[in-house]
Ligand binder design. Structure first.
Ligand SMILES: Nc1ncnc2c1ncn2[C@@H]1O[C@H](COP(=O)(O)OP(=O)(O)OP(=O)(O)O)[C@@H](O)[C@H]1O
Ligand SMILES: [Mg+2]
Length: 288
């Protein structure tokens, strides 16, 4: 008997309706991939991470949180019928908007150029939280590809994650913007778990140099230690894959950038996330 049938039967017997919701096991790790400056590689990193995780047998939900200018669908070469806009409009349930991408990754796509979507209202943010929390499927990881900057939306999606990966490139502007983002998330939203990923570098020495500059600034001015997660070298194959609208880890799995990504994924899998409770919003609130 389906759920409606069960309810009818209970009403007929005068029993109070009890809706059994699948118990959420509370193990989903929610990780936001973010940056102060735009164009540092967040979308490519998040999509490839999702694919690599999935190939390892992890169940992945990939959320395109660049709600005004969606990119995940473009780099994956998929054309979803529905997206976050339809969900927040009440036209579709979240489960109807979630599509399956390469490697079996579940994706919640966003919209591009839709008025009112670039900055979500409080109501829309709440609905999204509720909808994701209500998904009847368990995931090992939820990866969030945020927009760049320090807008309310960026703050919201970062605060909905327990772990935050800040992507930086060797450009000085990328470092100053990353510092501004970390400062805002730490001082205004009490976020404390930051991992730095340095992208588009020559080698590990350059990556460590970039990380050290950022880490010195957060230690000195904010008294906040930040963790080094790893680096991804500059690699022409990344843009080759983008132009083909395929994932680097799928079609150039032997490339140096893809290998570095796999190394970082291994590191993330080994990590036991610190149980920081910054006292703010969380996806999968059922676990709290
Ligand atoms: N490791 C890399 N080597 C070479 N090119 C890279 C690398 N990582 C990213 N790129 C290139 O950088 C550009 C920006 O990448 P991407 O769109 O992923 O950045 P983003 O941070 O998501 O940007 P936005 O802030 O606009 O959302 C793309 O053209 C991509 O091909
Ligand atoms: Mg992007």
């Amino acid at each position: 008997m389906d759920q409606a049938g069960v309810l009818r039967e209970m009403t007929r017997k005068g029993m109070p309706p009890i809706i059994e919701r699948k118990r959420y096991n509370g193990n989903t790790r929610v990780i936001a991939v973010t940056s102060g400056k735009g164009g540092v590689g967040k979308t490519n990193i998040t999509a490839n991470f999702a694919y690599i995780f999935s190939k390892m047998g992890k169940r992945i939900l990939l959320l395109d949180a660049d709600t005004g200018l969606a990119n995940i669908d473009v780099i994956l070469g998929i054309t979803p019928k529905y997206n976050l806009h339809h969900v927040l409009n009440g036209e579709k349930a979240l489960s109807e908007a979630v599509v399956e991408g390469p490697g079996g990754v579940k994706i919640l796509p966003a919209s591009s150029g839709v008025p009112g979507m670039a900055e979500l209202s409080k109501g829309q943010k709440f609905t999204l939280l509720e909808e994701i929390d209500g998904l009847d499927e368990d995931f090992d990881f939820m990866l969030i590809d945020t927009a760049a900057g320090i807008t309310d939306n960026v703050m919201y999606f970062n605060m909905a994650a327990r772990e935050i990966i800040v992507v930086v490139s060797p450009e000085p502007t990328s470092l100053t913007d990353a510092y501004a983002l970390i400062k805002m998330l730490y001082q205004n939203y009490k976020a404390r778990c930051f991992m730095v990923l340095v992208n588009m570098v020559k080698d590990s020495n350059e990556a460590i140099e970039v990380y050290t500059r950022l880490s010195n600034a957060t230690n000195h001015f904010l008294d906040l230690p930040i963790e080094y997660l790893g680096y991804i070298p500059h690699d022409q194959n990344v843009s080759k894959a983008v132009r083909k609208q395929r994932l680097l880890a799928e079609i150039f799995s032997d490339s140096k950038a893809s290998k570095s990504m796999s190394k970082i994924i291994e590191k993330l899998c080994m990590k036991q996330p610190k149980d920081y409770d910054n006292g703010t919003i969380k996806f999968f609130g059922r676990s709290l």
